[in-house]
Design a protein around this ligand. Structure first.
Ligand code: GDP
Ligand code: FE
Ligand code: FE
Ligand code: FE
Length: 194
């Protein structure tokens, strides 16, 4: 991919190379597809397509950073110590935005917040937050039961896509008896509950 503006001191090719160096090929391909899906959702919702494409591209930048590095950063950089009771599934958004700022030099608050919120959602979500959250869920590589309905719902109405995703993710986590991160539940109550 090529980005017109990287919101960072890095050029597009430097940024792409750095992202590639952080993850395996499957994860990288997912990030490219999320970027393209984010661009489509941006176009449908009157949002800056290039910015959405970049946010989608970097959303999982930190997904494969070693757990030990996360623990060190959470302890040393002033993160809520409760994060230590969770795992990389939760960390790579919240702490991932910190790694993106450190490594890619991206400081744009909209991009950083979209990464921060991309796994759990949040009570308040900007248009870009919603775009990245939904693009991650419906990108063409996703194959779970219900993904076609998720796509249809999201392309018809972005906020309804957020609600669909939160309801289905919560049901999936409960069925696995996974711990629910409080912010995921709070987001569900706002975006999905009747
Ligand atoms: P990915 O990074 O592209 O795989 O997707 P996400 O960042 O959206 O999600 C990463 C993982 O976190 C998925 O397996 C989600 O089901 C999981 N997840 C999302 N919310 C919660 C939560 O509240 N609790 C737990 N335990 N896992 C969650
Ligand atoms: Fe993710
Ligand atoms: Fe997601
Ligand atoms: Fe993702």
């Amino acid at each position: 991919p090529v980005f017109k503006e990287t919101y960072s001191p890095l050029s597009s090719s430097e940024l792409v190379a750095k992202e590639k160096s952080m993850m395996d090929e499957k994860r990288f391909a997912h990030c490219v597809r999320v970027s393209e899906t984010a661009r489509t959702l941006a176009k449908l919702n009157g949002y800056d397509e290039d910015k959405a494409a970049l946010a989608g591209f970097v959303h999982d930048y930190a997904k494969q950073i070693p757990v030990e590095e996360y623990i060190k950063v959470i302890k040393e950089e002033g993160f809520d110590p409760d994060l230590l009771n969770w795992n990389r599934a939760i960390w790579h958004g919240i702490v991932g935005s910190w790694f993106i700022k450190r490594d890619l030099g991206i400081t744009d608050p909209e991009i950083l917040t979209a990464v921060y919120r991309h796994t759990t959602g949040d009570v308040e979500m900007t248009t870009l937050d919603q775009i990245v959250f939904v693009a991650d869920y419906i990108e063409p590589g996703r194959t779970f039961a219900g993904v076609e309905e998720a796509r249809k719902t999201s392309y018809a109405d972005l906020a309804s896509g957020v609600g669909y995703e939160l309801a289905h993710t919560l049901a999936f986590l409960v069925q696995k008896r996974s711990k629910i991160y409080p912010r995921t539940l709070a987001a569900y109550n706002v975006w999905a509950a009747e």
